[in-house]
Design a binder for this molecule. Structure first.
Ligand SMILES: Cc1ncc(COP(=O)(O)O)c(C=O)c1O
Length: 462
């Protein structure tokens, strides 16, 4: 029998799942776990905040894919833009020529990024942007005669991507880097922004004066003349979306200035309205030197990312041919991706989606707070704009965490799906819907989360 929405019969659906299991390598998933009943999801449709699978089931895309789809799914306008650009000119050598879409997008990025960011270097994805920013920082130091500055500082708990350079500055707790060692030498670990609010007594690195003093001591003990750059997310999703204070960020900027260290902010998740401002650093009134951007730049309608720099950084690459930045890739500044990204940003401006993220994000915060009051196991809800997280513990009052035996990494995504939601879930659930979401859709989302947590409590017997 044919499914009325997908038009697919049962045999075709089964065949997709069989061939997918046989040939498609899904990122970071364990094959034998996907063999479990109903664990294999093939997505084939999307409209607004919803995605649907080949069985014809509809879900709220509660993580915007991977914090990507700002303008929502199913925008035919972007398909038209891609088609027009492909028909006019699909590709030109980015090592030699500019194209009109690349110029237009670079101009638009200079308009929407904080003042001072003027020059954009396009690449294909977030990790490549991080990789490029790291190399740019090293070569910038090299060009100004600081050849010994090769080290990078990054924060514990931060995620920056999977290429070897990005992996070296990656400190996400769940990520096992051991199989890839040795990684880049000289990657220094600064403690995270907050360690569960344990105040002045907590490990240095949280926002306390003691933490910031520790960071300065780290720089001094490693010798500042060996450090190229400090890289971090303005607000780290991989580290619980804790929003740091302005004073924290301003101290980091001051330390970088004092010791000649470049400040790279990784806005790959935060950027393009996710936190209720165009870029998250706007919350802190701090100007970075380099910024990595990706994901929402195109809402996922085409792959593209970039490093955006200030004149201070760009100036370091002017002079003779030996001063030019050594970097580039075949598909960097791809005309079709640039045209699509530009149209995406124009939609964000036209529909005031950054303002919507701030406004509906505030409503989402209040709804998640209420959800927390209804469920004993919800230990915290946190975030800013449409970048929120629900954290759960077995017994929050006694500080008892869930254990691997509770199997939350499988249970929670399954229960979310059963309740009409797609998101990443374990002991924490990411709540980051497309920026087009409205209050009624937030209510529908929070109802689904409520049912999910109720079902979890019942399954575990809490
Ligand atoms: C903050 C941050 N930086 C970099 C990356 C890497 O981006 P990509 O997966 O596009 O390589 C990610 C991916 O989620 C990210 O969250």
């Amino acid at each position: 029998m044919l499914d009325t929405r997908t038009g697919l019969d049962h045999a075709t659906v089964e065949d997709y799942i069989r061939r997918g299991r046989e040939h498609l390598w899904i990122h970071t998933q364990q094959e034998n776990e996907l063999a479990q009943d109903d664990a294999y999801t093939v997505i084939d449709g999307g409209e607004g905040i919803y995605l649907s699978d080949i069985h014809g089931r509809r879900y709220i895309d509660a993580m915007s894919g991977l914090w990507v789809v700002a303008i929502g799914h199913g925008r035919r306008e972007l398909a038209e833009v891609a088609k027009r650009q492909m028909e006019q000119m699909a590709y030109a050598n980015p090592f030699a020529y500019a194209t009109m879409p690349a110029v237009d997008l670079a101009t638009k990025i200079a308009e929407v990024t904080p003042a001072g960011f003027t020059r954009t270097f396009f690449v294909n994805g977030g990790a490549e942007a991080v990789e490029t920013a790291l190399r740019m920082a090293r070569q910038w130091q090299y060009n100004r005669g600081q050849q010994k500055r090769y080290k990078f500082i990054s924060r514990i708990g931060s995620y920056h991507g999977m290429t070897l350079g990005a992996l070296s500055v990656n400190n996400a707790t769940a990520l096992n880097k051991t199989p890839f060692e040795p990684l880049l030498p000289g990657t220094l670990k600064a403690p995270a922004v907050a360690c569960n609010g344990c105040g002045e007594t907590c490990l240095p690195g949280c926002e306390t004066p003691a933490g910031l003093k520790y960071l300065e001591q780290l720089i001094i003990s490693e010798r500042p003349e060996t450090i190229a750059a400090f890289i971090t997310e303005p607000i780290s999703t991989s580290n619980g979306s804790v929003v740091p204070s302005k004073q924290y960020w301003q101290t980091i900027r001051a330390l970088c200035d004092k010791y000649g260290i470049l400040l790279i902010v990784d806005e790959v998740i935060n950027g393009f309205g996710r936190t209720g401002t165009w870029f998250a650093m706007e919350h802190f009134d701090v100007q970075a030197d380099l910024m990595t951007i990706a994901k929402q730049i195109s809402s996922g309608y085409a792959p593209i990312a970039a490093v955006v720099t200030t004149e201070k950084v760009a100036e370091g690459f002017r002079g003779g041919p030996q001063d030019a930045f050594i970097g580039g890739s075949t598909f960097g500044a791809h005309p079709v991706s640039c045209a699509v990204a530009l149209a995406n940003i124009e939609i964000m401006q036209r529909e005031h989606l950054v303002e919507n993220s701030a406004k509906v994000g505030t409503y989402l915060t209040t709804q998640l707070d209420e959800l927390k009051s209804r469920h004993h196991i919800v230990s915290a809800t946190r975030g800013i704009g449409l970048m929120q997280v629900i954290e759960m513990k077995k017994d929050p009052a006694a500080g008892v965490e869930f254990t691997p035996d509770d199997d939350l990494s499988h249970r929670v995504p399954r229960l979310l799906k059963e309740n009409g939601i797609l998101s990443r879930g374990g002991a924490s659930i990411q709540v980051a819907p497309p920026l087009v979401i409205n209050r009624e859709e937030v209510d529908e989302l929070v109802d689904g989360l409520d049912r999910t947590i109720t079902a979890l409590e019942a399954e575990i017997g809490l």
